[in-house]
Design a protein around this ligand. Structure first.
Ligand SMILES: Nc1ncnc2c1ncn2[C@@H]1O[C@H](COP(=O)(O)OP(=O)(O)OP(=O)(O)O)[C@@H](O)[C@H]1O
Ligand SMILES: [Mg+2]
Length: 265
């Protein structure tokens, strides 16, 4: 991935300076129910600027829900979520602004099917960031080059492979110059041969200092790129540690069972 680079360092594009002493993302005593189902139980978590956090845990443990509360796709019942020191607002302009600081990439590619790759890239920067078409196009082409798909710019999403679409989804999120990127199992819907091309982009982002929360069971990625691993089960964070410590010496029975299953798969 060569060529001119659009800087994506944490805090760039925002108007406020990041205070190095406080966490960029902070969840404090967060609780959430879906009806009678208690899905997040006293979640306390902080992610510092530049930190890469990997979240693992069995299906249904609340990993996606936790991610979705961080950019307020889901509301919480109680507790506080702060981004760069500011509590997440409930709605309105402030919410839109804070949400623009959090990029999210999902398992399914979520590109607009009836728009070209370039249009997918430039829509939000022009609408939300009020960029001119020329600036948005230039930035989009830069970012597409960085993830290795600049030659696809005029195609429709359905004409791209899953791995290419997911790289566009990452580039599209980066086009908003987010302070943090959330990834929810970004490679789990991909054919095996396309997994690495997406993980390589994520590793490069991590190496460049992007703050990242990644729900993924890709151990190789976790070991290469993560500063910390969080293990969730039944809506709680049960363990937290350095990747090598966690994968080699899980403390709880729950984590041991979980790891023995995914490591032998
Ligand atoms: N919109 C919803 N309405 C009702 N229940 C939901 C909703 N979304 C998730 N749940 C439930 O909340 C719990 C946590 O789900 P969540 O998707 O956060 O788990 P997960 O850890 O991401 O699982 P997976 O590994 O399968 O993606 C599950 O029991 C799930 O069935
Ligand atoms: Mg999930």
């Amino acid at each position: 991935m060569s060529g001119p680079r659009t800087p994506i360092g944490p805090g760039e594009g925002g108007t406020r300076q990041t205070d190095g002493n406080r966490p960029l993302v902070e969840l404090s005593h967060v609780e959430k129910h879906y009806g009678s189902l208690h899905v997040l139980k006293d979640i306390n978590l902080h992610v510092d600027t530049g930190e890469v956090l990997v979240v693992v845990g069995p299906s249904g443990s609340g990993k996606s829900t936790m991610c979705r509360t961080i950019n307020r796709l889901e509301s919480i019942d109680s507790g506080v979520i702060r981004i760069d020191g500011e509590p997440l607002p409930q709605e309105g302009k402030e919410l839109a602004r804070l949400r623009a600081e959090v990029g999210m990439v999902f398992q399914s590619f979520n590109l607009f099917a009836n728009k070209t790759i370039l249009e997918n890239m430039t829509l939000a920067p022009m609408k939300v960031r009020h960029m001119s078409r020329k600036d948005a196009d230039d930035m989009a082409m830069d970012l597409l080059a960085r993830v290795g798909v600049e030659s696809q710019a005029s195609k429709m999403p359905s004409q791209l492979s899953g791995g290419q679409q997911q790289r566009v989804a990452i580039a599209r999120a980066l086009a908003m110059q987010p302070k943090i990127m959330l990834f929810d199992e970004p490679t789990s819907a991909l054919d095996p041969e396309m997994v690495n091309e997406v993980l390589d982009v994520m590793i490069e982002l991590a190496n460049e200092g992007m703050t990242m929360i990644c729900v993924t069971h890709e151990m190789g990625f976790a070991r290469k790129a993560a500063d910390r691993v969080v293990f969730m089960a039944d809506g709680r964070i049960l363990e937290e540690g350095r990747p090598d410590d966690f994968f080699e010496h899980p403390k709880t029975k729950r984590a041991q069972d979980f790891l023995s299953k995914i490591l032998t798969r």
